[in-house]
Design a protein around this ligand. Structure first.
Ligand code: GCU
Length: 423
């Protein structure tokens, strides 16, 4: 990245929320430093290593899910009700005739300790390739509202609601700093390759804000057994991916049974967590998910536990913050989160200058999850360097030059990975 761009970004990062810290450092492309990669099979020392799939699934995996809720993300609902409040086909030939565009208004009722709550209703927009109700569906949660992700005049938006596109100077700056596809993915390209797109704006039901977010999350989790940690927004958004599947499974016009969670950065974290908890998710693309996502905590590189929990106290359980500066004492680490997704395909997207999200720590987490892929008979991670791109691998690692964002090279790589696993 040119110096002028770095300086420009440094100024912008003070103005835009959700910006990453910018440095001039590069991620090392070799994972073979002195530090050993962890091994997810050795997860719970008192249990002994998971030597078979049976042992992993019946013993280690449930204990790890419990530990991730207790120490990092807080507890997801024990159960929930779900209602489709309305469903409407907005356009039979949207996106230059490539897609049928549907809009749903949804409401979930999470249940904690036997107490049911009404979550805020939220919308989901779905673009399905015309004539292919069975297309695998990419479930997206995005920084920008639904009407930016799937731009179409008929999509419901509250009055005076803002957005990221729209051509103003703010939109131009955002695209310049965070890449061509930060607000709007290449929808037509995705549809033409045979994938559907479903989009929600997670803040509609769990606001991405300290005050409003914490208030909504606490209200929704009243009744939770004492001694358990209230959930953070990352867990609520992860649950949001499951709600998207609930709605799609309830729609007779959609025959798809393949779902891929896609998320960038904070939603990369929720995309991974969703797959670790919901077996209906068939694959994940987690781009630059960083701390609380794919990158190891105990490595203490990039964004620290202290920094993330101070800036975003509503994202995690309170206990996560207590590990600031003593990450080595954490009973779980992120290679075990990846291992909970095995043997389903996962793509970890990265950029060399995005050291805030610690690409090397994400690679080591993939190395640590690999033994669990192996017990399923999958080859898992097939690369030894960060840039030895193998889209057909079940644990695929993508790194490109540049910084944090979704740039023009990213989506072609994502689609290459999807074609290798879902066509
Ligand atoms: C901040 C935060 C990261 C997060 C990112 C994003 O930079 O520190 O953890 O991934 O925002 O969501 O863009």
């Amino acid at each position: 990245m040119r110096l002028v761009q770095v300086l420009f970004c440094a100024v912008i990062s003070l103005l835009l929320p959700g910006c990453v810290k910018l440095t001039l450092a590069w991620a090392d492309l070799r994972p073979d430093g002195p530090e050993a990669a962890p091994d997810a099979l050795q997860s719970l020392q008192e249990q002994g290593p998971a030597t078979s799939v049976e042992l992993w699934e019946n013993n280690h995996a449930p204990k790890l899910r419990e530990a991730f809720q207790a120490h990092v993300y807080g507890y997801l609902p024990e159960d929930y009700g779900f209602e489709i409040l309305s469903r409407q086909v907005l356009d039979e030939a949207a996106f230059e005739g490539a897609a049928r565009l549907i809009e749903y208004k949804l409401q979930a009722k999470p249940r904690f300790g036997g107490k049911t709550h009404d979550a805020e209703p939220f919308y989901m927009n779905v673009a399905m390739p015309v004539g292919d109700g069975n297309a695998p569906i990419i479930l997206m949660q995005t920084f920008c509202p639904r009407w930016d992700t799937l731009p179409h005049a008929a999509i419901y938006r509250p009055e005076d609601a803002g957005g990221c596109s729209g051509g103003g100077i703010g939109a131009g700056i955002m695209t310049y700093v965070f890449g061509r596809y930060i607000a709007t993915p290449p929808t037509k390209m995705i549809l033409d390759r045979g994938y559907g797109v479903a989009a929600i704006y997670p803040s509609e039901f769990a606001p991405d804000s300290r005050e409003r977010g914490l208030a909504a999350l606490s209200a929704m989790s009243q009744g939770m057994e004492s001694g358990k940690e209230r959930w953070g927004a990352i867990a609520a958004w992860a649950w949001g991916y499951s709600l998207m599947i609930d709605a799609l499974e309830g729609d007779d016009t959609i025959g798809s049974s393949e779902y891929i969670t896609w998320g960038h950065s904070r939603y990369g974290k929720s995309a991974l967590l969703a797959a670790a908890f919901d077996a209906r998710i068939d694959g994940v693309i987690a781009h630059q998910s960083g701390t609380g996502g794919a990158s190891l905590n105990r490595r203490k590189k990039g964004e620290s536990v202290g920094a993330i929990t101070e800036s975003y106290p509503h994202w995690f359980a309170k206990s996560y913050a207590s590990y600031a500066g003593r990450e080595e004492e954490m009973p779980v680490d992120q290679h075990q989160l990846l291992a909970l997704i095995a043997p389903r395909p996962v793509l970890l997207g990265n950029a060399r200058r995005d050291v805030w999200s610690d690409p090397n720590g994400a690679f080591r987490a993939a190395l640590g999850a690999d033994p669990v892929y192996q017990i399923y008979g999958s080859e898992g991670l097939e690369q030894t360097r960060l840039n030895d791109w193998k889209p057909q691998a079940d644990l695929a690692f993508w790194i490109r030059p540049g910084t944090h964002g979704v740039v023009k090279e990213d989506w072609p790589a994502f689609l290459e990975f999807l074609d290798a696993h879902f066509d």
